[in-house]
Ligand binder design. Structure first.
Ligand code: DAH
Length: 345
């Protein structure tokens, strides 16, 4: 019997040693120490032993049980610890891996050009003014020396809402509104960026809605020289120091004299090419000396005050600056187009 118990102990210990999982260990526990296990089986035969041997065998059986239990417990702890280790290893985060790039948006090319122009004029002491997009006929036309029935109204096909209200066709009404607010006292020095609307059919160079930037300076002793100097600074800062400007006589009802400003063509440097239609010059904006009627209607004394004004289309400026060939690119928001204006540093 003693022999049998020792064999069982050796067998159990070996199996425990070899167990690789907690479940296998538990199976061993049940198999060796359970009620139907071999040790219980051996003890059942104790009745045949002498009275002297019985307690000896009983004690030995208990020793064997204890040895097996102890070994199981030690092994269980080792297996549990190994399981934790394994889990930790599988969940390790490699902090040296490069992160996923964060997608950064960028400003719309038109916004960039408008902000650049704003910064430039703010640097010269201008304030940014705003006005409504749904405008009174009075500010959009009449206060700008375009009375009802004036033929020059035809230059700007309009979206009328009522007889007296329309979607503004240009940012020039902000001139009249700003001068009114100044109640006849200079200086006035503003630029006004904003949306304007015209009944045009959309194509590569026309849009029923586009942007304009208006400029207005009113003070004593403002001359055409001030206008020319200002536009020259603007053109060189915007398009490059090597660009020249020229002023061509033109007509706008709200300025007298009126001019259009051209810059030398960047492509051919003034030689003449198909971009500048062989002239060497590219038209950029309209401008002029504020018409005395406009000053007077807005409450300024035209004997004391003079002023200049200009109006430009930032789309056109962005198209020339970035070589964009279709105005519709600005409004269709194709991500492949917009992404090209991302800041890359
Ligand atoms: N308002 C004119 C237009 O939309 C542009 C313009 C021309 C504005 C001359 C001015 C200016 O302020 O002086 O065509």
């Amino acid at each position: 019997m003693e022999q049998k118990l020792k064999e069982l102990q050796a067998e159990a210990l070996q199996k425990i040693e070899q167990a690789e999982e907690l479940k296998a260990l538990n199976d061993i526990r049940v198999a060796f120490l359970g009620k139907k296990g071999p040790i219980t089986e051996v003890l059942r035969g104790m009745g045949q032993l002498s009275a002297e041997e019985r307690p000896k065998m009983g004690a030995l059986a208990n020793e064997v049980r204890e040895a097996i239990s102890e070994k199981i417990e030690t092994k269980q702890k080792a297996l549990e610890a190994a399981a934790v280790e394994k889990q930790l290893a599988s969940e390790t985060i490699d902090i040296t891996l490069p992160g996923r790039p964060v997608k950064v948006g960028n400003h719309h090319p038109l916004t960039k050009v408008i902000e650049e122009i704003e910064d430039l004029f703010i640097g010269m002491g201008y304030k940014v003014a705003e006005g409504p997009e749904v405008e009174k006929d009075y500010y959009n036309f009449e206060a700008l020396n375009l009375p009802k029935g004036h033929p020059a109204r035809d230059m700007q096909d309009s979206f009328y809402i009522t007889e007296e209200l329309l979607l503004r066709t240009h940012t020039s009404p902000v001139q009249a509104r700003t001068m009114e607010k100044h109640e006849g006292k200079g200086p006035v020095k503003i630029i006004c960026p904003g949306k304007v609307y015209r009944r045009d059919n959309d194509d590569a160079t026309h849009s029923h809605q586009f942007m304009q930037i208006e400029g207005l300076v009113v003070d004593e002793n403002i001359t055409m020289g001030d206008l020319k100097g200002t536009l020259q600074v603007f053109a060189k800062k915007m398009f490059g120091e090597d660009r020249e400007i020229r002023l061509r006589p033109s007509f706008f009802p709200f300025t007298e004299p009126s001019v259009e400003m051209d810059i030398t063509c960047k492509i051919c440097g003034g030689e003449g090419c198909n971009v500048c239609k062989g002239t060497g010059w590219i038209e950029i904006l309209g401008a002029g000396m504020v018409h005395p009627n406009v000053l007077e209607m807005a409450g300024f004394d035209s004997k004391k005050y003079t002023g200049f004004a200009f109006g430009m289309g930032p789309e056109r400026i962005a198209m020339l600056k970035y070589g964009i060939d279709d105005i519709r690119h600005f409004y269709t928001n194709d991500i492949r187009f917009l992404k090209q204006f991302a800041v890359t540093e």
